[in-house]
Write a protein that binds this ligand. Structure first.
Ligand SMILES: C[S@@+](CC[C@H](N)C(=O)[O-])C[C@H]1O[C@@H](n2cnc3c(N)ncnc32)[C@H](O)[C@@H]1O
Length: 267
């Protein structure tokens, strides 16, 4: 089934994902079904009220509340999709794609797949001419990743391989342009990653804590085949804008993780 992107000219139809927003901007994700109903403290909304309507329509529940209906963006999916493992948030997904230069046509190895949130961002960035090979150690998380990615793209993409097992063993014999790691001990993967990456290729590791960053840099510095290593952190602060009340939001997702990148050198 084709997933229609936000702004697609077709009206809502069965199988479409819809994001509902209430007046406080709370968000609910649902899949439109013939005869389906959305239940909340606002009452009931029959899916039939949305079928055939253009995106951006407002609909009324049985209790008279108004909900705005749009197609979800990739960021909405990330936040709302079912998860097993903790996901990489949109702000970090975007920076991983930028800092690791995940480009159309690239072959990207990722570990672990977790809930498949970062996987989806990588698949979009490499496009149909590229490929993503994801490793996941734990079967229960691999199942979640498989479901979420299939749900996100309408079916499991042809250019995606999900390999169940340890990335270190799995990288043997693999050749790639990028290695993206979201696992607790990325330094244990460096030996296998340096063999897999083409010279000039990029490693990117997502690690929440300072000791992880220190240990990773130590390991990178200990192998002359790595260079140009750097670490950044991404803070995105929302603003409250309402007439003259214009100020930073009181709350934000502040620290998630550090991003460390390094280049595979020749030799
Ligand atoms: C935080 S989760 C990844 C979340 C994922 N990036 C997302 O956005 O949905 C970390 C995952 O790495 C997996 N993992 C840890 N060590 C691994 C290894 N050596 N090989 C493959 N997967 C591994 C864990 O089982 C876990 O599911």
């Amino acid at each position: 089934m084709t997933v229609r992107h936000p702004g697609h000219p077709d009206p809502f139809s069965e199988g479409d994902k819809v994001l509902l927003l209430d007046r406080k901007q709370r968000r609910y994700l649902l899949t439109l079904r013939d005869g389906g109903e959305f239940h909340s403290h606002y009452g009931v909304l029959a899916h039939a009220a949305l079928l055939g309507q253009p995106e951006g329509s407002s609909v009324t529940t049985t209790k008279g509340s108004t909900l705005l209906a749009v197609r979800p963006t990739s960021a909405d999916w990330t936040v709302k999709a079912p998860r097993g493992a903790q996901v990489v948030y949109p702000k970090d997904q975007a920076m991983i794609v930028a800092l690791a230069d995940i480009c159309p046509g690239a072959t990207v190895v990722e570990a672990g797949a977790g809930s498949g949130a970062l996987t989806s961002a990588l698949l979009r960035a490499v496009g149909p001419s590229g490929q993503v090979i994801s490793f996941e150690l734990r079967d229960e998380f691999a199942d979640v990743a498989e479901r979420n990615v299939a749900d996100r793209f309408g079916a499991s993409p042809d250019n995606w391989q999900l390999r169940r097992g340890d990335v270190v063993a799995g990288l043997s014999g693999v050749a790639c342009d990028r290695v993206v790691l979201d696992l607790s001990e990325p330094w244990t993967v460096l030996g296998a990653a340096v063999e897999a990456l083409h010279p000039g290729g990029i490693l990117c590791a997502y690690t929440p804590s300072v000791p992880q960053v220190m240990r990773l840099h130590e390991a990178l510095a200990g192998d002359a085949r790595w260079g140009m290593s750097q670490t950044t952190e991404t803070l995105v602060r929302g603003w409250h804008v309402d007439g003259l009340a214009v100020r930073p939001d009181h709350r934000m997702v502040a620290h998630t993780a550090f991003l460390t990148t390094a280049r595979r050198l020749a030799g």
